[in-house]
Design a protein. Sequence first.
Length: 632
Amino acid sequence: MSHRGFFERQAHARRNTLWLTVLLLAAVTAITLAVCLLGYLITRSESSGLSFPAWLLSKHGLLTALTVTGLIFAGSLVRWVDLAGGGERVANMVGAREIDPATRDADEKKLRNIVEEMAIASGVPVPQLYVMDREAGINAFVAGYSPGQAVMVVTQGALTELTRDELQGVVAHEFSHILNGDMRLNVRLIALLAGVLMIGQVGSFLLQSGSLSRRRYRRNKEQGALLVLGVALLAIGYIGVFFGRLIQAAVSRQREMLADASSVQFTRNPEGIASALYKIGLKGGHLTTTGHASDMNHMCFGESTPMRLSRLLASHPPLEARINAIQPGMLARLKSRLRDTTATRRPPAGVAGAAGSGGVADLPPSVARFSGSVGTVTPHSEAAAIHLLGQFPDTYRELLYTRVGAVQLCYALLTYELDETTRTHQLAQIAPHPLFQPQADLLAKLLPTLQKLGARARFPSLELAMPALRRLDPQEKRTLLGHVHTLVSADGRLSLFEFALFSFLQRHLAADAARVPKISYRKFAQVQASLERLFSLMARAGTATGGDPHRLFAEAMAGFTNPGETAHFQDKVTVQSLRQALQQLNQLSPLLKPAIIDACGHCVMHDGQVSVTEYELVRLVADQLDCPMPPL
């Protein structure tokens, strides 16, 4: 298993994207030259003595090359625009059905419970869940451009054929793809391969046109040429697809092995994912109801389509190799164990005891190293997630799965600590509306749980409600943000939690929430003003109970300035100015982000302890930098 950290994996994923683009451009160049050679051979006559290089530089050659590259890039652009909707668009493309968060189906509830546990334990908003109802094979994939906008799709076979432990292993595998930045690469590969496929599709069209023409009319020389040209373009197109798949497979295999290892790390149950892989070998995992199975192959948990030359073109290592890489000798044990249908399955080591202990796990000793927890699921965070979810009443959780309930949760989070008179007065500032007006009967089901569990239930509750909030249309999202801002401003002061809540909602409900920020800065000096703004706020938060914020600010900035340079403490930091600062910091190279998170951790650890509100603030900063951090 690779022990590279989250930030190294993110940087590696970005380098892979660049490298794949270069390789696919090389494939496009080869296809273009092949088509030009075909054009040269077809148009060459005895009277023309031009060599191929000379013909290539002629008007006819350049026009042919431009036409071919234009077709390829047009094909990629059309698919790229089509997939701009992110994970939801990919799910719709394969005909998946969104799972109702309040589903009564036992298998769908099992999946939702597992995903919610993993999401809260990793600090990722709960993904939208989809199922491919007509797929009996065992498979799954995640899609999207950012962890906060991820979509998880599973087949019906995965729901019905896998036990809870096995399904948990598959879900953990897919969460690894979310955390490692693989989703963006996967979606982009679909678009790039669509362009390479264009020439083959043109050849297929010409072949069909020529065949139809021969059936309807007399054979002539032009029809024969059309057939020959179609066959040639079809062959050239699929040569390009072959090399595209080869590139796709080479990168995907490495990422699948890493995701398998991460699944074991997350669940601490190697038999779960190994048994799921074994069942794929027995029952199959091919997608048979969608025409996009081949396009999706690199995204899926297992091979989604049969592959000729599978040792060369398969996007996944052989199942036997994956199982034995999880644990040597595991395949032999599974063959023996699965013959015995009466064998009982053990729960993941350490989870049941921790979850049933009645309290949240103790703080890990390395808490000061905040960035080390980013992109991971720890025994502490998993036990805390399971225990916390067990304390949520069914009526409370079911409300969070509905749009109206999720909206009321936002109001409840901002008012649950107030007395009833003040709460009523503040909520009265929200105008009547069927969806957005405060509803006393629903608030009465939410407030007691928040008042009982306190601060540690706030952000996990919000993460559970995110799928419902994402289903609001753009105007409804803006309306909700306006009402939240009204409640935040009602008492004339801004608490750390109010700031964190409003910033979180702005980040994940904004129109550009799914957009991937480009890397624009590779030095801290380029973003010093944004760092000063962030650490001014963090220093004041860390010294709220005593201490000198200016001194703490200087300590936090020390690692980001050169000797002799002066950092300027800012007495006032507004929500909007901090949002702009975090947007700029998110454009830093991934390898520079851990230093920022650790400096924030230094600020909140100033007095030797971390309050829930302080940790929520650090998690907010990490979230704004696309660095999911598990709960403490």
